[in-house]
Design a protein around this ligand. Structure first.
Ligand code: HMH
Length: 221
């Protein structure tokens, strides 16, 4: 019908912020091989804390989809996301022991605390499914776009980090993000304008949080 999907419009409109989130100096340093492994280790420990908070968030999106979506394939796609988080938590533990990173007793840093607080704000039952699924899609897409950049042709990513980059940079994860994006665009088409605005706001907030999250990893603490 020639109408541009809403997410494509946002990706154009917020391109500078999107690029800040997906082409961060930390990600560029992985891609060009100059990454400081201490930064990577800091990211690893902080992201483990984040993913533990991400589990209840995704579970709430799942619950929302069961109650508010009229399409059962949404639930199946989100359920797949919940299931893969179980594997992801195990991956963090294995990866942490490989790098001698202690996961227990690590305190979340400021940007992480703020991002987790943002996730927690979605646990209320009044949250609109459209806003929640948009947020979920944006969070996954930033990682997909960032890490796939590190394994694209011409990249000099250290071999020790290829597994990490493949985890979120794989074609499989890309397809998963694209199926989330289709759900988001379908929801946005039917949503009233105030919900569309709230969803756009959440999208931008995710980009800001992701940028701050990378900053936290690459700077000294
Ligand atoms: C900070 N954003 C952050 N961590 C992650 N693991 C993802 C997104 C993707 O799941």
């Amino acid at each position: 019908d020639g109408v541009k999907p809403r997410t494509a419009t946002w990706l154009d409109k917020h391109r500078p912020m999107y690029d800040r989130a997906t082409r961060h100096p930390f990600i560029r340093s992985i891609r060009d091989g100059a990454v400081d492994f201490a930064s990577f280790k800091r990211w690893l420990a902080q992201d483990y804390i984040f993913v533990k908070e991400f589990v209840p968030f995704v579970a709430s999106v799942l619950l929302n989809s069961c109650r508010q979506s009229d399409d059962t394939s949404d639930m199946e796609i989100i359920l797949g996301g919940v299931a893969s988080l179980s594997d992801e938590l195990s991956w963090f533990k294995t990866e942490a022991s490989r790098w001698d990173v202690e996961l227990t007793g690590v305190s979340p840093l400021k940007a992480n605390i703020e991002y987790c607080r943002f996730l927690e704000s979605f646990s209320s039952a009044e949250i609109d499914y459209t806003v929640a699924i948009t947020t979920f899609w944006a969070i996954e897409t930033v990682y997909q776009d960032s890490f796939s950049f590190c394994i694209q042709s011409g990249s000099k990513t250290p071999k020790e980090l290829l597994g990490t980059c493949q985890r979120w940079g794989s074609d499989e994860f890309k397809q998963y993000c694209q199926s989330l994006q289709k759900i988001v665009d379908r929801c946005l088409e039917k949503a009233p304008i105030d919900v569309v605005e709230k969803a756009e706001e959440a999208f931008v907030r995710v980009l800001e949080h992701e940028f701050d999250f990378w900053n936290m990893s690459s700077s000294e603490h």
